[in-house]
Design a protein around this ligand. Structure first.
Ligand code: TNX
Length: 496
C-alpha cells in the first residue's frame, strides 16, 4: 500500500515536490554510503537494521560505486557550502533513493523522513507482509531552530535507563535533538556524584507519593549519553539550584542555611529549600558536581535550574547566579537557567529558558539566547482537558491545537530570531510515574511541538497538521505508543 499523496510527514519539510512513480524495496536493494566513513556506515546500519527486521531483505551496506547503482539507497555527505549543517535533500525515483547532506546530522534527519515515507508497518518489530513503496519525490529540508527539545523530570519520579532509551528512540523520529534531564529536585537526587556519594545514595531514596526512588550510576548515565548521540540527540543535565534542593540537604546538612538535616520529601510543594549561598562549601559542592557532570557531558550545555528560589534571599540569589555561571564556564559549558535568572547579570553564552511571564527586557538587551518553553503552550504535564486522569492545570488545559498554534518568534518583545535557540517541551512528573504515563502526556503533543521548532512558520497550518497527525496515528500505534486519542484529530486508526 502506498501512502496518500502528499505524504503525512511530521515535521513538515521546507519543500516537498511529488514526482510520478515510486521506489519499491526488493530483495536486491542495497544501502550505499559515500564517502566511506564509520559515522555514515553507522547511520546506514541504523536504517538497515530497521528495514531488515520488517522486510526480511538482506540490505547489505557498501561503499558507493560510480556511477550509482540502480536499486540502491545512497547516503552521501557533500562538501557543499550552500547547505546548512542540519539541511538535507532526499530524492526518490523509481530506480534509486538519494539522501544528501553536508553533515551526518543532516543525513540522520533524511533517514527519519525516509522512514515516514514508508508504510507505517516499517515501525513493527517483526516481519511484515507489505509492499515497501516510497513515493517518488524531491525533498529539501532544514530546521527553523537549532534546538527542538524535550525535558523529562526524573526527580519527582525516577525512570530507569530503559525508559529514557525509549524516549530517545521516539524523539529521533520527529527530529528532536535535545533531551534535557531534570536530575534533581526536592524529592530526589538521581545521579551519582562520586565525590559526594550521599547525594544519590541518601537523596535518591524518595519520590513523590513515597515511591521507591532510584538514581543513575555514572556508567548508566554515560551509556545514555552514547545511546542518544547515536541518534543525534544531546543530553542536557540539570542540577536544580539554589532552590528545589531538599534531597541534597538530607545527606549533607552542611549545605543548608541552618546546618540541620531535613527529612526526605515526598510531597509536591515548591520553594521551601535553599542552598546556603553565603557558605564557601556550597561552591566546593558546585565545583565538584558540575565538574563530574561536565566530564560526562560531551554537549556544550549545563542547566543549573534557578527557578522558584523562594527561600533564598534576593541579593544572595543574584550573587549565586553570577557565580554558578562562572563555574559552568570554567568547566567549558554554557549555563542554562529558568527565566528567573534574568534578574542577575548574565554572561554572553548563558541561555534563558523562558517558562512563565516575566520581565525579559534586560536579558534581551544583553543579547543572550533563549529556549522557549512557555507553560501555556509547551508544558506536557498540563491536562489535555478536564477529563485527563494525569497532570496539572495551573497553566490551563493543553489540547493539541494549543501546543501547535503559536509562533515562537512573537513571544518575547524585541527578541530576534537569532536569539531564539529553539523550543522545548518539559514533562514534570508529580503525577506521572510510568513509561505509559510519559507516552500518554507526550504523544501526540511532542510531535506537534517538534513541528513548531522545525518547520517554517509560513508553511505551518493547523488544518493541514491535524490531517497529517491523523495519518501518523497508525505509525504511533505500530510503535506501541500509548498516545492520547484527541477528539481534535480525525484519526484513521481502529481505536480512533
Ligand atoms: C513549575 S517550571 C516548576 C516545576 C513544577 C512544574 C509543574 C519550573 C521551572 N518549575 O518545579 O514541577 O511547575 O508544572
Amino acid at each position: 500500500m502506498t501512502q496518500a499523496n502528499p505524504p503525512s510527514l511530521i515535521p513538515l519539510p521546507l519543500e516537498y515536490k511529488a514526482a510520478p512513480g515510486a521506489f519499491t524495496l526488493t530483495p536486491a536493494t542495497a544501502i550505499a554510503i559515500a564517502p566511506a566513513s564509520a559515522e555514515l556506515a553507522a547511520i546506514a546500519e541504523y536504517l538497515a537494521a530497521r528495514l531488515r527486521l520488517v522486510t526480511g531483505f538482506a540490505l547489505p551496506v557498501h561503499v558507493s560505486a560510480e556511477p550509482m547503482q540502480n536499486n540502491d539507497i545512497t547516503l552521501s555527505t557533500l562538501p557543499d557550502s550552500s547547505f546548512d549543517k542540519a539541511e538535507y535533500r532526499l530524492s526518490v525515483t523509481a530506480h534509486s533513493v538519494n539522501l544528501q547532506a553536508v553533515s551526518p546530522t543532516g543525513l540522520f534527519y533524511a533517514v527519519q523522513t525516509l522512514r515516514q515515507l514508508l508504510p507505517p508497518t516499517v515501525e513493527a518489530n517483526s516481519l511484515q507482509n507489505e509492499t515497501w513503496s516510497i513515493p517518488a519525490c524531491e525533498v529539501r529540508d532544514a530546521p527553523r531552530f537549532a534546538w527542538r527539545g524535550f525535558m523529562l523530570d526524573v526527580a519527582r519520579h525516577f525512570f530507569p535507563p530503559a525508559d529514557i532509551k525509549r524516549c530517545i528512540d521516539l524523539l529521533a523520529l520527529y527530529k528532536c535533538n535535545y533531551l534535557h534531564l531534570h536530575l534533581t529536585d526536592d524529592q530526589g537526587w538521581r545521579i551519582m556524584i562520586e565525590s559526594w556519594p550521599k547525594l544519590a545514595e541518601v537523596g535518591g531514596l524518595s519520590a513523590v507519593g513515597g515511591g521507591a526512588g532510584g538514581f543513575y550510576s555514572q556508567a548508566e548515565y554515560a551509556d545514555l549519553v552514547e545511546y542518544a548521540r547515536k541518534q543525534y540527540i544531546t543530553l542536557v543535565p540539570e542540577i536544580e539550584t539554589p532552590g528545589h534542593i531538599n534531597a541534597a540537604l538530607v545527606g549533607y546538612p552542611e549545605l543548608s542555611i541552618n546546618d540541620a538535616a531535613p527529612g526526605l520529601y515526598t510531597g509536591t510543594q515548591v520553594g521551601f529549600s535553599s542552598l546556603a549561598v553565603g557558605k564557601e562549601i556550597t561552591y566546593k559542592f558546585l565545583e565538584d558536581v558540575i565538574g563530574e557532570l561536565a566530564a560526562l557531558t560531551p554537549g556544550p550545555f549545563f542547566h543549573f535550574g534557578g527557578d522558584e528560589a523562594d527561600s533564598t534571599v534576593k541579593a544572595d540569589y543574584l550573587v549565586f547566579v553570577e557565580r554558578i555561571q562562572q563555574i559552568c564556564q570554567k568547566h567549558g559549558k554554557r549555563a542554562i537557567g529558568w527565566n528567573e535568572i534574568v534578574q542577575a547579570d548574565l554572561l554572553p553564552g548563558t541561555v534563558v529558558q523562558f517558562w512563565r511571564p516575566g520581565e525579559m527586557e534586560k536579558a534581551v538587551q544583553a543579547g543572550v539566547q533563549f529556549i522557549l518553553s512557555p507553560a501555556w503552550y509547551t508544558y506536557l504535564d498540563m491536562k489535555y482537558d478536564e477529563s485527563t486522569r494525569l497532570g496539572l492545570n495551573w497553566a490551563g488545559f493543553l489540547e493539541i491545537r494549543n501546543v501547535y498554534d503559536w509562533n515562537p518568534g512573537s513571544q518575547i518583545p524585541g527578541l530576534s530570531e537569532e536569539s531564539i535557540l529553539g523550543v522545548e517541551a518539559p514533562l514534570w512528573t508529580e503525577t506521572v510515574s510510568t513509561l505509559k504515563d510519559i507516552e500518554y502526556m507526550a504523544f501526540p503533543r511532542l510531535p506537534a511541538l517538534a513541528e513548531v521548532g522545525w518547520s517554517a512558520q509560513m508553511l505551518r497550518d493547523w488544518e493541514n497538521f491535524r490531517l497529517r497527525l491523523a495519518d501518523q496515528g497508525a505509525r504511533m500505534q505500530m510503535l506501541g505508543i500509548n498516545f492520547y486519542q484527541s477528539p481534535q484529530i480525525p484519526w484513521k486508526t481502529a481505536a480512533g
